[in-house]
Write a new protein. Structure first.
Length: 117
């Protein structure tokens, strides 16, 4: 198990920015691919961004150009910086860890982001 704890969500006005954090426990964080997903009410969970164990980043089309994912292995933390937020970014944002060695996957409990127009 890899406990994941997201933070940084909240209420923000459209056009604003925020940074989400996901802190992991354990000593093998560096070997995990880290991902952010989000789920809006009544919608399926959507891929937002990923950063591999070797720092390759990928972004979902809905946030491309507005989001930056990064990681700090010394702090066992992955970040999602989002800017120019839109009301449609409103969702629960989930952190996901995928162990690169065997594909084991873990989820955080989610953090709510609400963007007001």
């Amino acid at each position: 198990q890899v406990p994941l704890v997201e933070s940084g969500g909240g209420l923000v006005q459209a056009g604003g920015s925020l940074r989400l954090s996901c802190a992991a426990s354990g000593r093998t964080f560096h070997s995990y691919d880290m991902n952010w997903f989000r789920q809006a009410p009544g919608k399926e969970r959507e891929f937002v961004a990923a950063i591999t164990w070797n720092d390759i980043t990928v972004y979902g089309n809905s946030v491309k150009g507005r989001a930056t994912i990064s990681r700090d292995n010394a702090k066992n933390t992955v970040y999602l910086q989002m800017s120019t937020l839109k009301p449609e970014d409103t969702a629960v944002y989930y952190c996901n860890a995928r162990r690169s060695t065997d594909g084991s996957t873990y989820w955080g409990q989610g953090t709510q982001v609400t963007v007001s127009s």
